[in-house]
Design a binder for this molecule. Structure first.
Ligand SMILES: [Zn+2]
Length: 89
């Protein structure tokens, strides 16, 4: 497998991160989805990030039928910011 330059990858990660929720919700066009999938295949942090986000989205959808406690969405936000911070190192 071709090695991706980490700095270039890091930039892509941030761009990708902003679009991940749209990607999960299938709001992006096909070429954009392909770009994201290609990046994720080559980028371990983004694989972890996508899995986490997918689980979180699934969890939110399940909870939506009841009520999402404020503390939960706060925890979620800090978890996501945590991931971004780790990538920014
Ligand atoms: Zn990445």
């Amino acid at each position: 497998m071709k090695q991706t330059d980490p700095h270039r990858c890091h930039e892509n990660c941030l761009v990708l991160f902003e679009r991940l929720s749209e990607y999960i919700d299938r709001e992006l066009d096909a070429p954009t989805c392909k770009d994201i999938e290609a990046h994720i295949k080559a980028c371990k942090p983004c694989q972890v990030c996508l899995e986490t986000l997918k689980q979180t989205v699934a969890l939110c959808r399940n909870l939506e039928r009841r009520q999402v406690p404020d503390t939960f969405s706060l925890k979620l936000k800090s978890a996501i910011f945590d991931l971004v911070d780790k990538k920014a190192d």
